[in-house]
Design a protein around this ligand. Structure first.
Ligand SMILES: C[S@@+](CC[C@H](N)C(=O)[O-])C[C@H]1O[C@@H](n2cnc3c(N)ncnc32)[C@H](O)[C@@H]1O
Length: 252
């Protein structure tokens, strides 16, 4: 267990600048509209940039995140009143079976440990209605992106709304698919604020198995936001699965 890597309020102010709406947001919004999702859960919603953009009349949107700093920021943004914000992880979801679409974006699923993932997927499964959809993206371990997270390759300096910032990443441990790295941030006061993160890289087959065990069906994945097949060079994959239309009675 590590401390919340998103606990620095000043750095959270920069999150949406560094992670603006892109093809990922267009994909999740298109998915929601395509299945006429009237109820959406965004697990690991962070600052809620995408979450808020999903809200519209006749649709319920829930954003849930274990980072108080991220969620506090989300709650302060314009349009936040259209979303129900929940502080917590997937275990805070009710087993309502009412949700049309559950999403986990910005690679948030990679923060969920192997010990937690089965129960997180079970909680999502219990929240989703029959025929409902789950979708998320996850980085492809074959792409080995962490090898580029060196201080030399990631070092940068920039003027931000919260002051001049020097920043870099430093991978401190790679064990199987578990990658630990430090994010260094130095503002003009000279203090190096270091936040450690652990990301769990999983193969497409590992994720398919986890979804299958949790009871999801029609499990499919692509190598980009437009349906391309996955390749070793795909930086990430996009998963989509459905909860079955009905649950067969156990055979007696
Ligand atoms: C990279 S941010 C993604 C935020 C947002 N979804 C986006 O697309 O920008 C990862 C988020 O996952 C959240 N997170 C960390 N551990 C989690 C867990 N066990 N369950 C759900 N979310 C988690 C973090 O607090 C953080 O807000």
């Amino acid at each position: 267990m590590i401390d919340d890597p998103y606990r620095d309020a000043e750095l959270v102010e920069l999150y949406d600048i560094d992670n603006p709406a892109g093809e990922d947001h267009a994909y999740y919004r298109g998915l929601a509209d395509g299945i006429d999702a009237r109820s959406i859960i965004d697990l690991g919603c962070g600052t809620g940039l995408l979450t808020r953009s999903l809200a519209r009349t006749g649709r319920t949107v829930i954003g849930i995140d274990p980072s108080r700093t991220m969620l506090d920021y989300a709650r302060r943004q314009p349009g936040s009143e259209s979303v129900t914000w929940i502080h917590g992880d997937a275990s805070a979801l009710g087993p309502d079976r009412t949700v049309h679409l559950a999403i986990c974006t910005g690679n948030a699923i990679m923060h969920i440990s192997p010990e937690q993932l089965p129960s997180a997927l079970r909680s999502l499964a219990a929240a989703v209605r029959p025929g409902g959809t789950l979708s998320f993206e996850s980085r492809n371990p074959t792409y080995r992106v962490w090898e580029s997270w060196t201080p030399e390759a990631t070092y940068g300096e920039r003027l931000t709304p919260v002051g001049h910032l020097r920043e870099w990443l430093d991978v401190t441990d790679v064990r199987g698919g578990r990658v630990t790295f430090d994010a260094h941030n130095v503002f003009p006061d000279g203090e190096d604020r270091v936040y450690a993160s652990i990301l769990f890289f999983r193969t497409a087959d590992e994720l398919r198995r986890e979804l299958d065990v949790a009871g999801f069906t029609d499990i499919a994945w692509t190598g980009d936001w437009h349906g391309a097949p996955i390749e070793d060079r795909s930086p990430f994959y996009v998963f989509r699965a459905r909860w079955p239309d009905y649950t067969p009675r156990p055979q007696s």
